[in-house]
Every structure is written in C-alpha cells, then in structure tokens.
Design a protein around this ligand. Sequence first.
Ligand SMILES: Nc1ncnc2c1ncn2[C@@H]1O[C@H](COP(=O)(O)OP(=O)(O)O)[C@@H](O)[C@H]1O
Ligand SMILES: [Mg+2]
Length: 352
Amino acid sequence: MIEIQAVSQRFDGPSGPVDAIRNVSISVKKGEVFGIIGRSGAGKSTLVRTLNMLNRPTQGHIVLDGQEMTSLNPARLREARRHIGMIFQHFNLLSSRTVRGNVALPLELAGIPKPEINRKVDELLELVDLTALADRYPAQISGGQKQRVGIARALANNPKVLLSDEATSALDPETTKSILELLRKINRELGLTIVLITHQMEVIKQICDRMAVMEAGEVIELGPVLDIFRAPRHPVTRAMIGDVISLDLPKGVLQRVRAQLAQAKEGDAQSHLLRLAFTGSGVEEPLLSEAVRRFDLDFNILHGQIDEIQEQAFGSLAILARGSDEQIEQAKAFMQTRGVTVEELNHVIAVD
Ligand SMILES: Nc1ncnc2c1ncn2[C@@H]1O[C@H](COP(=O)(O)OP(=O)(O)O)[C@@H](O)[C@H]1O
Ligand SMILES: [Mg+2]
C-alpha cells in the first residue's frame, strides 16, 4: 500500500546540514495499522510529511497505492493528496466554523453538491459519535471531541490512507484510549490503512499491528508489535517498552536472588536467570513443568506479569533455573520450539 524506498531528507539548518531521515525503507500493507515510534527529533514528522510530499525527500521514492508520489506534477499531487487523510496533535480546526462546518470543509473544497455534503457529514458525525455536538464551535468542546472532529474531517474524502502525527499526545490517558479505539474501529470497519506516529509505546501497544522504531533519522527496529515486545533488540526499543511493561525485575526480587546466589556453594549447579515471554494465557505452566521433567531442572518462579497487547494476552515470567549449562540450553531450545521467547538475564544479577 505504501512503499517508502530508501528515503533520505537533508535540511539546511542554521549550523549546517541536518540529516533528518537517513535511508529509511518501510513497506506498509493495505489495511494494517502501522506505528512509527521514536524520541523527539528522531525524524518521525519529517518522514510522515514525505508521504504526502509536504516534504520532498532529498533521495528515495514514495509509492502510495501504486502511484509514485515523487514524480507527480502539482495538479496530480493535489488530487493524490485528497486520498490521504491526516490528523494532528493540535487538531488544526477552524475556530470560526462549527463542528459540522469543519467536517464539511474538505467536501466544499472538492466541489461536492450541498445535499451530498450534508448527507456525508451526518454519516461522519455519527461514525465519530458527535451528532449531538454538530452545531458547537471548537472552543465549546473538549480535546478528545476536537480530535473526533479532526478524524471525521480526515475521512471526508474517503481516503485510502490515514496519517496520524501524535494525534493523542495532547490528550489524557482515558481520552487517548477512546480515540485509539475509534481509530481501530475505523480501521476494521472501513479497512482503512493507518500510519500512526507517536513517541508513546502505550499507543503502539494498544492498536498497532506492526511497528518501526526510529532513532536519529534511521529505522533501528521493524516488525510485528508482538515480536518486538517479546524480544526487543535495540536498547532504545527496550527502554521505550520498559515504559509500559516491566522488562526488569523489581528491586526486592533482585535482592533476594542475589542473596540466594551469594549462599551458593562451590559445586552447586549453575543458576540461570531467565525471562520467558509468551502470548496466549495458560500456556506457560504446563510447558514449564514439562521442561523441568524432561531436562531434570530445578527452578523458582521469581516474578510474573500478564499484559494485554491488542486484546492478546502477553505474559512475562522471570525464573531462576538451576542445572548444568547443557540442561539449561536444552530446556531453552525446547521452550523456544513451543513459541516461548527465552532470554538470559544473568547480566542483571551479576554482583560487582
Ligand atoms: N524544515 C526543517 N529545517 C531544518 N531542520 C528540520 C526541519 N524539519 C525538521 N528538522 C530537523 O530534523 C530533525 C527531525 O525532526 P522531526 O521530524 O520533527 O522529529 P520528530 O517528529 O521525530 O520529533 C530534527 O533535528 C529537526 O530539528
Ligand atoms: Mg514530530
């Protein structure tokens, strides 16, 4: 649906050139919610602006629904842009127009006849649950309601793609949740492809199918959200996931483990601290007992946690397993073949 092919963007800043995006390639599939996360200044907004050519990339290509955006003339580009909806952090509503007037604007600009505009606006207001507030002005509604207006307006021309740049960043957690639920509903009901830019992992966790992590203009990690949550590779990704689910052991648990290890005697079996990550509920216990039986291990469960990622249970279990290196390796391989990601956390218990 969207092909970002080796795109780079260099700006002339006051103190020399700035490489805002470096050689970024991302392919977004039709009908998916694709999240792009990164810290402030990572290049996210610049990248999303290249999708509709608000930024012309210095290098690379953007192909949107089969159309090479970089090569369109101004008239064709205007036409192509009508099929790309966009929502923003600060809503960008016209304060002099009512809710209804704001949603109608893109339809008026497209020269749609009045009766058809009215019908379409009614339908959109219904979709975003704003029918009762149609005649209010932006100053008379809440932030969450303003973003609903923004979404209705973005959908007016039946876009093929919806781009969202930090659309929930100015909202409280509860309102964020309801806006994300609305975006998910639109994605499912209309089959709309959504590209969502955010600096909040919570947003990614709630509605994205796949994600890319950006840092200093580059994509440092890309894949299905569940896979990346299960086994984040890059420290930046790890830190951001750590904001929403705890990847690290609570301090009290760590102290207990260290105390236990300090008492271990020479010749005792090696202890390995393992983190198991799994999806679906209730799979871990039988699997653990089976691993214990098969490989003759001894283990303690230190800490467990179940989260939800897009309506799927996502569990994480820290265990201290004792056995020979070979037994541990075999048990790890066994659990991995059953779909559990196993990570050694020994570095966190190393006492210096
Ligand atoms: N028009 C511009 N001119 C010069 N530098 C820019 C321009 N737009 C963005 N930048 C720089 O590019 C980098 C990425 O910015 P941006 O895409 O806004 O990051 P993000 O949205 O991830 O916070 C920043 O260093 C920013 O200062
Ligand atoms: Mg930004």
